[in-house]
Design a protein around this ligand. Structure first.
Ligand SMILES: Cc1cc2nc3c(=O)[nH]c(=O)nc-3n(C[C@H](O)[C@H](O)[C@H](O)COP(=O)(O)OP(=O)(O)OC[C@H]3O[C@@H](n4cnc5c(N)ncnc54)[C@H](O)[C@@H]3O)c2cc1C
Length: 293
């Protein structure tokens, strides 16, 4: 479990970081919390020649959450800072809850929001609620920056829409719509630092009547190589007032779209069953919360 010899860089500003990312290209890996990176490096699964430690760059740590203006979260905001941010808890409870369910307090104090997405694990906790919340990522390089939806950034297992010389710098979350609510849930081994076998987030917005669904975004994690946005649930529920029957049909539709695999955490069959359970539960919870009951 020893590390190989490597060059270590500790930039102090965004500009310095982007210059290093440009100069070192694919020879370097970004080190945020290291809670994923150090595990694979110690197992010798990857051997980067250089490490760019971004913990000295204050700008990457900031969380800005102004009334009416959504939120901007720096890539290296620590999971525990998001979990305990009063502003995030009030505006994006699904995200605050998801960050608080990751690993242990030690992991959450080190691990970052950006690292959770950049690791591109299908079982990751936070991409699911972030996609449900319509989050965008800002990808930066020495030549400038571009913004894209998170679901277009995570392309598959360990695959990102990130060119050589680019890095993720921040997340941009829109202000939650009026009469909307987003809820998150997962299934994993209880009281263990277990990676989820299924996770899910549902974001529902209602029309002015406070009952008819205007939009719904049901996102599934750990049942596809990347966060899976249900098309069928949206087609079934938009324009409807929800009741138990239609929620049951929507839960079955989500189950039909999930494409889980068998692995050490759960069988595909069990995962499909859990998709239906979580979809039913979250649709009810998010609908009730959006109605304000
Ligand atoms: C004991 C334990 C329990 C865990 N439990 C969970 C869990 O329950 N749920 C869960 O989702 N995860 C879990 N994890 C995984 C991990 O903690 C999270 O994924 C965490 O958010 C990773 O963040 P980090 O800052 O540590 O990333 P790092 O390890 O620093 O980086 C991860 C990867 O992303 C790259 N990277 C990081 N930041 C950037 C950037 N800004 N731009 C480009 N590339 C970047 C790195 O180069 C590396 O390849 C667990 C890990 C451990 C060790």
């Amino acid at each position: 479990m020893f590390l190989h010899n490597l060059e270590y860089f500790a930039p102090k500003s965004t500009t310095e970081t982007l210059e290093l990312v440009s100069k070192l290209g694919n020879r370097a890996k970004i080190l945020a919390g290291g809670t994923d990176l150090m595990v694979v490096m110690k197992a010798q699964a990857i051997k980067p020649e250089c490490i760019i430690d971004i913990n000295g760059v204050q700008e990457f740590r900031t969380i800005t959450c102004e009334p009416g203006k959504g939120a901007v979260i720096g890539t290296n905001a620590k999971l525990s800072e998001i979990q305990f941010s009063a502003a995030i808890q009030a505006k994006y409870p699904a995200l605050a809850y998801a960050t608080g369910e990751i690993g242990s307090s030690q992991v959450r104090n080190m691990g970052s929001l950006g690292g959770n997405s950049c690791n591109a694990s299908p079982a990751a906790e936070t991409p699911t609620p972030l996609v449900a919340l319509n989050a965008k990522v800002v990808v930066s390089s020495v030549s400038g920056e571009r913004e894209l939806p998170l679901e277009e950034f995570i392309l598959g297992v360990r695959k990102l829409a990130l060119a050589e010389g680019e890095m993720l710098t921040k997340f941009v979350l829109p202000e939650p719509a009026p009469k909307s609510a987003c809820r998150y849930a997962y299934m994993g081994r209880r009281d263990a630092m277990e990676i989820d076998c299924v996770n899910m987030a549902v974001n529902i917005q209602l029309e002015n009547d406070g009952e008819t669904v205007k939009s719904v975004r049901l996102v599934m994690g750990s049942v596809f190589p990347r966060p899976l946005i249900s098309q069928d649930v949206s087609a079934l529920l938009v324009g409807k007032k929800l009741n138990d029957d239609i929620i049951e049909k929507a839960a079955e539709a989500a189950q039909g779209e999930a494409k889980p695999i068998d692995d050490i955490r759960a069988s595909a069959e069990y995962r499909r069953d859990i998709v239906k359970v979580l979809a039913r539960r979250l649709l009810k919870e998010a609908y009730a919360a959006a109605k304000g009951v």
